[in-house]
Design a protein around this ligand. Structure first.
Ligand code: PGA
Length: 251
């Protein structure tokens, strides 16, 4: 279909300066061996974002922040603004990751404000969606994903959607080793694309990359990415080691 294929790595709250630099060096040494059509995005902790963005400048590796607030500046202790994320040299912003939703209580309404702020300040959003284990067991995966898409994308224009990236991450698969089968992932991704067709158009829906995340490893990545509607991966645990992340990038 000619959609972008993106391999992305969410470091979460891992690595300190030395480890961050070592990981980036490892990736820089090998990223030329990744297929030229693929893109790589890494999301280091905000405190190392500038350092990592400087190291990766001019390479195939793009950077993003794992979170931000939606205001430009002000009395919001502990938060980083979209302007700061940009100033640190990042292009992307991860929004609505399951840990933001379920550990820090972010609502779809707040996530929507962050998505809109990303566009307002010239950052490219990667919007994460996905259902909890009990919702999966109750057969509600599609309802949950639809709600998170509809509410997260409220007031986002068709033109803005051209640079949107969606990541489907079933919460039961994150950090558990319980990867979704390629068939489950494909079923949900296809459904999400139908939701985007209803919200926008078939054209917009066909452009937006939908990545899968949740226990992606070098040995299961190829089967997932081979599916028509799975356009890459958002990787947590397995992105903390250069060889393992590159194994996925080259899968
Ligand atoms: P995992 O995390 O690869 O460790 O399951 C994925 C994520 O949370 O983005």
């Amino acid at each position: 279909m000619g959609r972008r294929v993106i391999i992305s790595g969410n470091w979460k709250m891992n690595k300190e300066s030395a480890g961050a630099a070592e990981l980036v060096k490892g990736l820089l040494a090998d990223v030329k061996n990744m297929s030229a059509e693929r893109e790589m995005i890494i999301f280091p902790p905000a405190i190392y974002l500038k350092e990592v963005s400087e190291m990766t400048k001019g390479s195939k590796i793009k950077t993003g922040a794992q979170n931000m607030y939606f205001k430009a500046e002000g009395a919001f202790t502990g938060e980083n603004s979209p302007k700061m994320v940009k100033d640190a040299g990042a292009q992307y912003i991860l929004i609505g990751h399951s840990e933001r939703r379920h550990v820090f209580g972010e609502t779809d309404a707040l996530i929507n404000q962050k998505v809109k702020a990303a566009y307002e300040f010239g950052l490219l959003p990667m919007l994460c969606i996905g259902e909890l284990l009990e919702e999966f067991k109750a057969g509600k995966s599609k309802d949950v994903c639809k709600k998170q898409l509809v509410e997260g994308l409220k007031d986002v224009s068709a033109d803005q959607m051209k640079s949107m990236v969606i990541a489907y991450e079933p919460v039961w698969a994150i950090g558990t080793g319980e990867v979704a089968t390629p068939e489950i992932a494909e079923d949900i991704h296809k459904f999400c694309r139908e939701v985007l067709t209803d919200l926008y158009s078939a054209e917009i829906s066909s452009i937006v990359p939908i990545l899968y995340g949740g226990s992606v490893k070098a040995d299961n990545a190829a089967g997932l990415i081979a599916k028509e509607n799975v356009d890459g991966a958002l990787v947590g645990g397995a992105c903390l080691d250069a060889a393992s992340f590159m194994g996925i990038a080259k899968a």
